[in-house]
Every structure is written in structure tokens, then in C-alpha cells.
Design a protein around this ligand. Structure first.
Ligand SMILES: Cc1ncc(COP(=O)(O)O)c(C=O)c1O
Length: 279
């Protein structure tokens, strides 16, 4: 495992060195790190992985639908996302993209896959073969598929470029809004993505003090810090429908009210005004 500091991204030289030292069959990386908001250089890592002929699996769980991502252009062989994040549907489905190279490797397996339902090698023969007597190896959750279909229709109606631009615009407006009330952003702006905004609580304040008041008193849920960042970070999501003033203005309003209640000194209304200026 190649780790980086919390809020950091993978160093390309370390990826190259690791692949030179040993022959790996598969390299996997998270695109948008939901626990910090940092975004790994997917295309650049893909170029390195190609040179070493490993398969490349990308976790696009909080990026697909919010950030530019193309399996073909970025050399991705396997890509997984969830229905409930930037695609904006409800929770319960994993969507996996499998490129031909990955199917080739599955076809050449000597050992039979131990899972029936999770054996992706079964899917093309049934799902893609119109003559197949059954379209799915397992019974699908039809209500989840219909919900995802509607979410995807909304993506198509808006158009992907417009959707990505909306995420960029409201992410930037959110970042500027929290900075306007004296809060520090995390991670560094150079690696941050547009799915969520990480914010450091004012010094001496545990993030749960803020997130609990926002939730219990003002009815707005924002994420707290995880693991090493527990107490040190809270996270405002702006994925899918949330990348909108409809969600972000009440969130920033609740944040201002909460901080004022906790005694943080700032100009009241500054976050909302700054958001409006850039939204
Ligand atoms: C980047 C990333 N990977 C994996 C997961 C796990 O997804 P799930 O809880 O749907 O299995 C999450 C969930 O938050 C995530 O954000």
C-alpha cells in the first residue's frame, strides 16, 4: 500500500518506483478521497500503470458525476461507483465499468471465481447477449435500478459538461464562503476536488460541536472528520443535487448561526454574501 499524509495525494514517482520493484497484477486508487476532498491524479497514474502492464481499478465513488472522468482517456480498466453520491440516486447499487482488457483477464482465469453474484465474468454472456434466456445472473433490485435510471436521465438532460461546471462553480463559491468567515480550508487548494469542501473548525473547537448543533438545532447534516482527522475537520458535501444554492445557502446559514452560538467572531452574513457573489 502506498499511503500519503491525510489530505495529500499520491506521489507519481513512488507509484513508478513501486511498479518497477515488483510485478503487480492490479493497481487500485481512489479518485476523490471523500474523507478529505483530495483528488488523485488519475490520468497520470494510469499512464504509469499502462507502462507496467498491470490492470487499473479506480474508485470513483464520490467523483463520477461531479468531476471529469473517462475510462478510455485515462486508461482505466475497472471503475466502481455508488448510486448515492455524485450520481444523486439512492443508496444500494454499485455501478462497475469493465473495459475489454479486464474481461480478457477474467476470461483467462484458471481458478473459478468463488462468488456467483460478484463474478463479473458472468455478466457479458447474460446482460449483453440479447439471446440469453436471463438478462441478469441475479435478481436485480428493480426499484433501485429505476431510481438510478431517473438519476442518469437527469444527468443527460442537464448535459455532463454543464453538470461538471455546476459542481465547479458551487464548490468554488462554497470554498470562498467559508474562507470569508475566517475558516481554513482543508486540504490544499491545489489538490482539492469539487465533490465536497473540507473545513477546519476554529482553533480549540472539536468538529462534533459544530456538526451536532448544525444537525440538532438547524436540521443540516454535514460530515465530521474521520480517523486521524477526527475533531479537526468537517465536510460540506456538494454532490449531485446538493451542488445548488437550494442546499448550500441553508447549510452556510446554519454554519454561521452555529459558529455565532459557539462564540466564533466573524462578520455575520459574510459567508452567504460571498457565496452569492460567486454562485
Ligand atoms: C471514496 C469512497 N470509496 C468507498 C466508499 C464505500 O462505499 P460504500 O459505503 O457504498 O460501500 C465510500 C463511501 O463513502 C467512498 O467515499
Amino acid at each position: 500500500v502506498l499511503d500519503s499524509e491525510w489530505g495529500g495525494v499520491l506521489d507519481l514517482n513512488r507509484v513508478e518506483d513501486a511498479l518497477k520493484k515488483a510485478a503487480y497484477k492490479l493497481v487500485t486508487v481512489v479518485h476523490s478521497e471523500t474523507s478529505t476532498g483530495a483528488v488523485n491524479p488519475i490520468r497520470e497514474i494510469g499512464e504509469i500503470v499502462r507502462r507496467h502492464s498491470a490492470l487499473y481499478l479506480v474508485d470513483a465513488i464520490s467523483s463520477l458525476g461531479a468531476l471529469p472522468l473517462s475510462m478510455d482517456d485515462m486508461g482505466i480498466d475497472l471503475c466502481a461507483t455508488g448510486s448515492q453520491k455524485a450520481l444523486g440516486s439512492i443508496t444500494g447499487l454499485s455501478i462497475v465499468g469493465v473495459a475489454p482488457r479486464a474481461y480478457e483477464v477474467m476470461r483467462a482465469r484458471k481458478q473459478v471465481c468463488q462468488s456467483y453474484a460478484l463474478d463479473l465474468g458472468r455478466w457479458p454472456g447474460m446482460f449483453l447477449n440479447k439471446q440469453s434466456s436471463r438478462p441478469y445472473p441475479v435478481i436485480p433490485s428493480t426499484h433501485l435500478v429505476y431510481a438510478l435510471q431517473t438519476a442518469c436521465r437527469l444527468v443527460l438532460e442537464e448535459g455532463l459538461p454543464a453538470r461538471l461546471e455546476r459542481h465547479r462553480r458551487f464548490a468554488e463559491a462554497t470554498r470562498r464562503a467559508v474562507a470569508a468567515i475566517g475558516l481554513e480550508l482543508f486540504p490544499d487548494r491545489r489538490v482539492v476536488g469539487d465533490s465536497l469542501t473540507g473545513v477546519k473548525p476554529p482553533s480549540g473547537l472539536h468538529d462534533s460541536r459544530i456538526t451536532e448543533i448544525m444537525r440538532d438545532k438547524h436540521g443540516i447534516i454535514v460530515g465530521g472528520g474521520l480517523y486521524d482527522l477526527k475533531g479537526k475537520l468537517f465536510r460540506i458535501s456538494h454532490m449531485g443535487v446538493q451542488a445548488s444554492p437550494l442546499y448550500l445557502l441553508p447549510t452556510l446559514d446554519a454554519l454561521e448561526k452555529t459558529l455565532a452560538e459557539l462564540g466564533h467572531k466573524f462578520e455575520r452574513g459574510a459567508a452567504l454574501a460571498e457565496f452569492a457573489r460567486h454562485a
